[in-house]
Ligand binder design. Structure first.
Ligand SMILES: C[S@@+](CC[C@H](N)C(=O)[O-])C[C@H]1O[C@@H](n2cnc3c(N)ncnc32)[C@H](O)[C@@H]1O
Length: 333
């Protein structure tokens, strides 16, 4: 069934049909001299339009969007506040719903799970990452009442509870960038290792001699140990303070320091654990890659070292002014 409306009223009629939930999205809107034939799922009306019986043509499958699902369920003003993106960790979607939409969070969560059938939980961030363990609180707003999931990335599986351990799916490409640099036979230390994504990816995709992964958060370490088993990865998980542990396991060819807010305070412990010619991957928040490189040079200079910056890359946003940067460097003195 189609509603035949004058072309000039087509957009207004389409919006009315969407708001009434009768637009048939599985079929195409067709043009016929001066009129539009808008497919509807049941009888509907619009001033000056007539219903016509016609089978219609199948619409091309557009990729689903949360905004589209919510059209007609939220007002245009509410839709304008809808977040443009959300994180997907395993089968959990993590959104940051603004206060203007807090009364609609259940509707938004349900629409999200309706749109993306592979997602089973919709969660809303209630605090931002700020604790020592870099965890955040979330509330489940739709779907199964759980915060544990398994995330898959580059052929590895990571089990975690998103409320007790830090994990960012946005850093997958950066982890691979670092893993690709690991040469066969290297000894690698991952400080601030979380649930193990750097260490496990390196153990599985490169051919290191040994990988040590140090993490302070007991829950993250439990998940890391489980992830090491799940992925059959050869990684030594250590529960403890990365500064205190760095010097206990011999010298390393490569040290990864993914603690952007604080890595600078651990360089005095990391540098003595680096072999001559070894490489550090140092993370920080900075406005430009040049600023990030300068920060490392200044800290290392105070510690009596000159460095050679091999690369400095932007690998994520942090705030309008700051990005997450990684500086790859080695000591030259
Ligand atoms: C930004 S997260 C990175 C986690 C992981 N590398 C990843 O990419 O998913 C930083 C991690 O450092 C841990 N951490 C903070 N201070 C630490 C310390 N002094 N020693 C060891 N780990 C620490 C936190 O618990 C958190 O898991």
């Amino acid at each position: 069934m189609h509603l035949k409306v004058k072309s000039g009223s087509g957009e207004e009629a389409r919006k009315k049909l969407i708001s009434e939930g009768v637009l048939d999205k599985a079929r195409k809107i067709q043009k016929t001299d001066g009129y539009l034939l808008i497919p509807v799922t049941r009888a509907a009306d619009y001033p000056g339009a007539e219903l016509v019986n016609l089978e219609g043509k199948a619409a091309k499958r557009k990729s689903a969007s949360l905004r589209e699902t919510l059209e007609g369920r939220l007002s245009a003003e509410e839709l304008a506040h809808l977040p443009n993106a959300f994180d997907i960790i395993g089968d959990i979607a993590v959104l940051e719903i603004p206060k203007e939409l807090s009364a609609k969070k259940k509707i938004i969560g349900e629409a999200l799970l309706e749109t993306f059938k592979n997602l089973k939980v919709a969660a809303n961030k209630t605090t931002s990452v700020g604790t020592e363990y870099r965890t955040r609180n979330v509330e489940v707003i739709a779907g199964e009442k759980r915060t544990e999931t398994t995330h898959r990335e580059y052929g590895c599986e990571y089990k975690l509870d998103i409320t007790t351990s830090y994990f960012s799916p946005r850093l997958g490409t950066e982890r691979m960038r670092v893993a690709k640099q690991v040469k066969p036979g290297e000894r690698v230390l991952v400080m601030f290792a979380g649930i193990g994504p750097y260490a496990i990816l390196i153990a599985k995709t490169a051919r290191p001699k040994e990988v040590y992964a140090v993490e302070l958060n007991p829950s993250a370490v439990e998940y890391m140990k489980e992830n090491i088993r799940l992925n059959k990865a050869d990684v030594k998980a250590v529960l403890g303070d990365a500064g205190a542990e760095a010097g206990k396991y011999g010298k390393f060819d490569r040290i990864i320091m993914p603690l952007p807010k604080d890595a600078g305070n651990f360089l005095d412990k990391a540098l003595p654990a680096l072999k001559k010619g070894g490489v550090i991957h140092y993370y920080t928040f900075a406005g430009t890659t040049e600023e990030a490189a300068q920060e490392v040079k200044n800290i290392c200079s105070k510690l009596g070292h000159k460095i050679e910056v091999l690369d400095a890359v932007e690998c994520g946003t942090y705030s309008p002014q700051l990005s997450r940067m990684c500086v790859d460097y080695k000591l030259i003195k």
